[in-house]
Design a protein around this ligand. Structure first.
Ligand code: AMP
Ligand code: TRP
Length: 332
């Protein structure tokens, strides 16, 4: 059976970008067609300045939201990364496989490193090694497919390189995974800056739709979205990124192709109104289920406990095999 692994970082509240780019596919397709594991990858939240209490709160919230979005613990495995030691155990072996040159080439490292330096701060070593930990997350489970948004393609490519290199040096140990992306909305852009992706922790939240935003807040953010100068509604990602982003979101919410939807609108205002309503309706059931689940933290904790146990059972033998393959003496 196909094995799927993916994760989300508890660095901020989950956004419409997370949902359309990744979580929705996990819920609607992946958990039904494969042995799927999904993780709140909390260790990855420590690569930039963080507040311990906030990370703890956001980790529980992310898990609760994933259940509210429709992950079914009877069909997939949901767990918190730091509850399973195999991730960091394997990460070290992969640090001994990766080179500093290939890590320094990662776009996310370059961008986040530059912004940390510009803010006068230091760059944590873990920001550089983070894609190696991500590779460990994936390879520890013999993963075939990694459903992610576009921005993670480079990290999955690195994961493949590390798997192939390790296998060549030490004998076949890891399955070589591949990334999968949604057909539309693989990169949802910030509503205020449609040349940049909608990220959890953008300085200005006005361009970000959070999954738990109230309907009125969603409407306001969509109605104020930056559109492009020019007449008529056209789908052109390069020349008209603001309008193309709205058409992508509308297509992702209601089906259809963004190019075809463009023809149905005479004005930006009418397009925004439909996008706002579509997003409000998309998020409504999720908000309602989140409220119910948040009232029962014991249930969420039990799901995470069982998930971690199952995850450990899968990862342990894979990581043990890797330890043996590189020449570490097994404990007697
Ligand atoms: P992160 O928030 O970085 O932990 O991302 C969790 C998942 O959501 C990853 O698969 C990302 O690729 C995806 N994702 C994050 N932001 C966006 C976005 N703006 N558009 C599409 N997918 C996204
Ligand atoms: N790096 C991913 C992101 O920022 C999150 C992540 C960590 C992940 N480990 C993973 C995604 C393993 C897929 C598989 O979105």
């Amino acid at each position: 059976m196909t094995r799927i692994f993916s994760g989300v970082k508890p660095t901020g509240h989950l956004t419409l970008g997370n949902y359309l780019g990744a979580v929705r596919t996990w819920v609607e397709e992946d958990q039904y067609r494969a042995d799927a594991l999904f993780s709140v990858v909390d260790l990855h939240a420590l690569t930039v300045e963080h507040d311990p209490a906030r990370v703890r709160r956001l980790s529980r919230q992310a898990a609760t939201l994933l259940l509210a979005a429709g992950l079914d613990p009877g069909r997939c495995t949901l767990f918190v990364q730091s509850h399973v030691d195999e991730h960091t155990r394997l990460s070290y072996l992969l640090e001994c496989t990766a080179t500093d040159g290939e890590l320094r080439r990662m776009i996310q490292y370059k961008e986040k490193g530059a912004s940390a330096r510009a803010a006068g701060g230091a760059v944590r070593v873990s920001l550089l090694t983070y894609p190696v930990l991500m590779a460990a997350d994936i390879l520890a489970y013999g993963t075939d497919e990694v459903p992610v948004g576009d921005d993670q393609a480079q990290h999955v490519e690195l994961t493949r390189d590390l798997a192939v290199r390790f296998n060549q040096r030490y004998g076949h140990t890891f399955t070589v995974p591949r990334a999968t992306h949604p057909r539309v909305a693989a990169r949802v852009m910030d509503l205020q800056d449609p040349t940049g992706k909608m990220g959890k922790s953008h300085a200005n939240g006005a361009g970000i739709v959070y999954l738990l935003d109230e309907p009125d807040v969603v409407r306001r953010k969509v109605m104020r979205a930056v559109t492009d100068s020019g007449w008529g509604v056209e789908y052109d990602r390069a020349a008209r990124p603001g309008v193309a982003n709205l058409l992508d979101v509308l297509a992702a919410c209601g089906g259809g192709r963004p190019e075809a939807l463009a023809g149905a609108y005479a004005s930006y205002g009418a397009l925004k109104e439909d996008v706002a309503e579509a997003v409000v309706e998309l998020l409504r059931p999720l908000r309602e289920r989140h409220a119910a689940l948040a009232a029962d933290p014991g249930y969420v904790d039990a799901v995470l406990r069982e998930g971690a146990e199952r995850a450990r059972g899968i990862a342990r033998p894979v990581v043990d095999r890797a330890y043996g393959a590189v020449g570490l003496l097994p404990p007697g």
